[in-house]
Design a protein around this ligand. Structure first.
Ligand code: FAD
Ligand code: NAI
Length: 595
């Protein structure tokens, strides 16, 4: 009987799996046939990128209305929030990536290449030639680039920059026409031109960066174990320096401290006891400066407990092979910090293609921090026919100036006659504007801080003139949404809905009756190590429209952080892999091997 039951179960389970696979491949085949049959008959939407902005768009765009082509040099989606975990081996590489073809299916055509030029007049993009990729690698890792063949030195770029050429993969340059173009190409690391960064530091932006950091950590420990090492050299090798106290730097330092305490201590007890040091360097007076001050204070105290040294008000001026050069605020003296592994996380800047397109369409560079300036429908300003959209890290939405709006309110109130106003009056002015201007709340604390600074007499009120300069500074910040996955995802979904709406037969091609993009901030999360996380809800929608959520920190937040990123995983496959990775590193520890 048992045998018969087992046979039935096997038959039912096996049959269902087989049936599902058959159904999927049939569906796949139909989608592919439909998309091939209609080539040239529908307007073509070309999407540049396979990141947080592009993928929601590709998933939601109606391919019965558009022929959709995705162009990107990266043929997978990358779950960036888990990169710090990958860099220490808590999570494996394959868990944080998902092939774009699996994600979007055959209804969307994908071409693995880089767009190098956009011609808005002709509506043509040009894609790069010949399968040569230029990459930058940290000095210590040059010999370990395993994945490609025939690595050549790039003479112009100096020894830190190398060209990788694989002759079997040569690709001809090509042009492609579009009816609509969506630019979602993200951003690149900002080094501010500081000498030595490209050559000696590691970035943490792509999956290969995380693999290189993981290998460099292992390398540092194995090198320190060589018997002939001096004590001084061991300390240098095991001093890990993180530059930038933004969320990337904080999360990486936290993951590294966990790795040292939970795994490396077991295998290298003496080194961990005597020589390992983690230092986080931040130029401003606190870490996580975009979050609530309580969160910054909590993180700094928590890092102290986790043995992470935080150097605030310290600016990194240069990086050499064996040291980092720093300067403290208010001092002219340069100090040297000996170290071996440096992780550079000081923010982002626009990619060359973004700057080139801005130049082509003549957008004023002075007016925005970075990126392509768009209107509220995410259409790039300066492109008259409205056929180019930009979203994510490479875009900036134009807003009416806060200054102009508040000026109007002044003129209507008696504050104008008095010539000065108190903080409470200022708050109520801002609160009146929050509904129209959702980002305002995210920056409200920063604006209030500037208010205190501008109140030179400390009388609790400032003159309208001083307020004007506070608002001018705030305007610069407010003109761009934060460069986060949260923003990019909502924008990607919005452009898909907008394009679908425009293709509807009952409407004209104009989008004016469609609501402008409105960002909903859900709060910011960051992992700070030792099973603790921080959550800042400022700027998010209050609970039941009454209770504003307070900043959270500690173990409870850590579980929220974990469940959030678990549910954020795009597919069941990566969800399963992530659950296994967390279980594996908890039970067996992280994998120390260097590969
Ligand atoms: P990306 O996701 O970077 O995608 C850009 C795409 O464009 C890539 O596929 C790239 O290959 C492609 N591309 C580049 N150049 C070209 C070209 N010339 N032609 C065609 N395609 C091109 N945000 C959060 O909200 N929460 C977090 O917890 C969080 N954690 C982060 C952790 C780390 C370590 C990092 C680095 C970032 C994190 N972010 C987080 C920020 C978030 O990853 C970015 O804001 C988000 O990726 C922006 O999405 P995007 O689509 O604009 O760009
Ligand atoms: P960031 O711009 O948020 O922070 C960079 C920090 O480096 C700043 O605090 C700056 O003062 C400091 N800095 C700059 N130059 C310096 C120097 N020479 N010496 C010392 N310190 C210096 O950059 P980050 O952390 O790389 O993040 C990039 C983007 O990705 C941000 O928009 C961020 O919001 C997003 N992100 C969000 C995460 C989250 O929500 N959990 C996690 C990681 C990134």
């Amino acid at each position: 009987r048992r045998f018969r039951n087992a046979l039935i179960v096997t038959f039912v389970v096996g049959g269902s799996v087989y049936g599902y696979k058959l159904y999927r491949s049939r569906q796949w085949y139909n989608e592919m046939r439909d998309s091939e049959l209609t080539i040239g008959q529908k307007p073509r939407v070309v999407v540049l990128g396979t990141g947080w902005g592009a993928v929601p768009l590709l998933k939601h765009i109606d391919t019965s209305k558009y022929e959709v082509v995705c162009v990107s040099p990266r043929n997978y989606f990358l779950m960036t929030p888990l990169l710090p975990s990958v860099s220490v081996g808590t999570v494996e590489t394959r868990t944080v990536i998902e092939p774009i073809r699996t994600l979007v299916g055959p209804r969307i055509k994908y071409i693995e290449t880089e767009c190098i030029n956009v011609n808005p007049k002709e509506k043509i993009i040009t894609c790069s030639a010949d399968g040569t990729k230029e990459i930058t690698v940290a000095a210590s890792d040059r010999d370990k680039l395993p994945l490609e063949q025939n690595i050549e030195d790039n003479k112009e770029g100096g020894s830190s920059s190398r060209k990788i050429r694989d002759s079997a993969r040569t690709r001809p340059k090509f042009d492609m026409k579009y009816d609509y173009l969506v630019v979602a190409i993200g951003s690149e690391n900002n080094t501010f031109g500081i000498p030595g960064v490209e050559k000696h530091a590691h970035f943490l932006k792509e999956v290969l960066d995380a693999r290189r950091i993981r290998s460099a950590i292992s390398d540092a420990f194995e090198s320190a174990m060589v018997p002939s090492q001096t004590d001084e050299e061991k300390k240098r090798l095991l001093h890990f320096v993180v530059v930038g106290g933004g969320p990337t730097g904080v999360e990486f330092a936290a993951e590294l401290a966990d790795y040292v305490r939970e795994d490396l201590k077991r295998y290298f007890p003496r080194l961990v006891e005597n020589d390992v040091k983690i230092t986080l360097i931040e130029a401003l007076d606190h870490v996580l400066s975009m979050m609530d001050k309580k969160i910054s204070d909590y993180t700094e105290k928590h890092f102290h407990r986790e043995n992470i040294e935080v150097l605030i008000n310290t600016f990194v001026k240069g990086i050499k092979q064996r040291e980092v050069i720093v300067q403290e605020k208010g001092s002219t003296e340069l100090k040297s910090i000996p170290c071996a592994v440096v992780v550079w996380a000081t923010g982002i800047k626009a990619r060359p293609l973004t700057n080139k397109l801005r130049e082509t369409i003549g957008t004023d560079k002075q007016n925005n921090r970075m990126g392509l300036l768009t209107d509220k429908y995410l259409r790039v300003k300066g492109v008259d026919d409205g056929t180019i959209y930009a979203l994510g890290d490479c875009a900036t939405i134009e807003q009416q100036k806060l200054l102009d709006r508040i000026q109007l309110l002044f003129e209507e109130s008696d504050i104008h006659k008095r010539g000065a106003l108190t903080l409470d009056e200022f708050r109520s002015l801002i609160e009146n504007k929050i509904n129209e201007y959702p980002q305002l709340e995210i920056f409200q604390k920063g604006i209030e801080k500037s208010f205190y600074e501008a109140d030179k007499t400390k009388s609790g009120q400032i003159t309208l003139e001083a307020l004007r300069s506070v608002l001018e500074k705030a305007d610069k910040k407010l003109r761009s949404l934060p460069a986060t996955a949260q923003v990019a995802t909502q924008e990607g979904r919005y452009v898909a809905d907008l394009l679908n709406y425009m293709a509807h037969p009952t409407t004209t091609t104009t989008s004016e009756r469609f609501k402008p993009f409105n960002y909903t901030h859900l709060g910011s999360l960051a992992y700070v190590g030792g099973d603790a996380a921080v959550i800042d809800f400022s700027g998010s929608k209050p609970l039941l429209d009454i209770f504003s959520l307070k900043p959270l920190s500690g173990r409870g937040s850590y579980y929220l952080w974990k469940s959030f990123y678990f549910t954020e995983q795009f597919t069941t496959r990566t969800k399963v892999l992530l659950a296994f990775d967390w279980l594996r590193s908890n039970i067996f520890g992280r994998d120390l091997s260097r590969y």
